[in-house]
Design a protein around this ligand. Structure first.
Ligand code: AMP
Ligand code: ZN
Length: 472
């Protein structure tokens, strides 16, 4: 292969050449899914889109991908340290619905968002609550192998039993031990975590099950170890999630799987870095967050947000601003129009040189920002129109911007209005101010307003007695 795929593996902290574990089979990919106690925010979707691009890049390289994504609908506590309330039960209280109802509601909302962001469906979408039996069997094996102990509130994983516990996160376990806090409770080490939690004595939870240890519910981490193993086997190709999963969730998934079957679960561990808002992590628990619907309410196409995410490498944080989203919307708009203008160009093969350069970039640990630059070069360059179109549509297999299907909205400025606007732009350039003003009035009479920009202009439809609405 002339341009081999390399991915940054957080387990070894190196850029590694990707070779599938089963060369003739499918690439196994597990990505941690949403916790469905609320809507997902756009930060969550940054991670889901990075994973989607990874899938598309694997497909670009000729691999078939078996993608498993879980839905966390039980067991994720408000604190990663296994204290606090189950987020689902808390969400139920907040909304006045049952935990089961909110799981359904927010799962459906999540799936609808995936569609509008052009995120490809996983091969298997699995709910934690549908896999309690598998989780219990997993915990029973961990216990049998000597890695579990009981406290008054649950069954815990004994992290001290593993010499390499915390390797993924390069945890300083000894340092953590030294700094033990008094609130360790009955846990033996600060890093120990719950495998099974008991329902409160005398109380009932909305979501609880019988188990060999008593009535209760599984810890958060066990669902991913159990479902990944069920659908992908003891050791598969790639495991992904957001950067917050490195220190606790993925560290504990690895510990559990190692205790049961002796593998580190996945060959590659990839993490998407955060979307920030005002330079702080965008978080559901912080109360205020932006949803995909919040963008739509403000007149943005959700794919403008997808474009924005493509402009930043997944291994760096991205600070969200409305200005950045505006710039992404403008760029997407231009790319769409550019490709649309080539719709009658006929068929051709993509340009092989550009495709090769594109492949080098995406295979360099998914360097999508540089791949985007190549797409612009293709669009602005002087390739024959049919080749240009074919090249851009080929690139869009990775971008997922839906360029082939896009058509201008009906309130797109008609060509006579565009001609007036072009004439006015020319008049301004020639400093013919009176003519420019006259053309502006003509545009206004036709119901359009022209906004001058450094790099050209933008037409906006005039809404009666309201601010003009942008014609996207
Ligand atoms: P959750 O629903 O909290 O389990 O998160 C779903 C996914 O979004 C996980 O992979 C998280 O690591 C990821 N995530 C959470 N917050 C952010 C953020 N601000 N930016 C990017 N990814 C995030
Ligand atoms: Zn997970």
């Amino acid at each position: 292969m002339p341009n081999p795929l390399s991915l940054y593996d957080n387990f070894t902290r190196t850029l590694r050449h990707f070779e599938p574990l089963r060369p003739a089979g499918e690439v196994g990919l597990y990505t941690c899914g949403p916790t469905v106690y609320d809507y997902q925010h756009i930060g969550n979707y940054r991670t889901f889109m990075f994973e989607d691009v990874l899938k598309r890049v694997l497909a670009w390289n000729g691999y078939r991908v078996r993608h498993v994504m879980n839905i966390t609908d039980v067991g994720h506590l408000t604190s990663d340290a296994d204290t606090g309330e189950d987020k689902m039960e808390k969400g139920a209280r907040r909304t006045g619905k049952s935990a089961w109802e909110i799981a359904q509601l927010y799962t459906e909302a999540f799936l609808a968002d995936l569609k509008v962001l052009n995120i490809l469906d996983p091969t298997v979408l699995c709910r934690a609550t549908d896999h309690i039996r598998e989780q219990i069997a997993f915990i029973a094996d961990i216990e049998k192998n000597g890695y579990a102990y009981r406290t008054s509130d649950g069954i815990y994983f004994d992290t001290a039993k593993q010499d390499d516990y915390g390797h993924l996160a390069r945890l300083d376990v000894k340092g953590l031990e030294a700094g033990k806090r008094v609130d360790l409770g009955e846990k033996r080490s600060p890093t120990d975590f719950a495998l099974w939690k008991f329902s409160p004595p005398g109380g009932r939870r909305q979501m609880e099950w019988d188990s060999p240890w008593g009535r209760g519910f599984p810890g958060w981490h066990i669902e991913c170890s159990a479902m990944a193993q069920k659908y992908l086997g003891d050791y598969f190709d790639i495991h992904c999630g957001g950067e917050d999963h490195i220190a606790v969730h993925h560290t504990n998934e690895i510990a559990q799987t190692e205790a049961r079957v002796g593998t580190r679960l996945a060959n590659f561990w990839l993490h998407g870095y955060f979307l920030l808002s005002n330079d702080a992590k965008m978080a559901k628990s912080a109360g205020e967050f932006l949803r995909v619907a919040s963008l739509v309410d403000r007149g943005y196409d959700p794919l403008a947000y997808r474009y924005l995410c493509l402009t930043a490498h997944y291994r760096g944080q991205l600070n969200f601003t409305w200005d950045a989203l505006d710039a992404a919307a403008t760029a997407l708009d231009r790319m769409r129009h550019g490709v649309h203008a080539l719709r009658d160009a006929g068929t051709a093969l993509p340009d092989p040189n550009l495709v090769e350069r594109f492949t080098v970039e995406i295979n360099d640990d998914l360097n999508v920002p540089r791949a985007l630059a190549i797409a612009w070069e293709a669009l602005r360059g002087d390739l024959p129109p049919a080749v240009k179109r074919a090249t851009l549509l080929k690139f869009d297999e990775v971008f997922g911007l839906g360029l082939a299907a896009w058509v201008p909205k009906r309130d797109e400025a008609p060509s006579d209005v565009k001609a007036l606007a072009d004439a006015r732009a020319a008049a301004r350039k020639a400093k013919q101010w009176a003519e420019a003003d006259r053309l502006r009035s003509e545009l206004a009479a036709a119901g359009w307003e022209m906004e001058d920009r450094v790099d050209g202009y933008r037409l906006k439809k005039r809404a009666p007695d309201r601010d003009p609405v942008e014609s996207r």
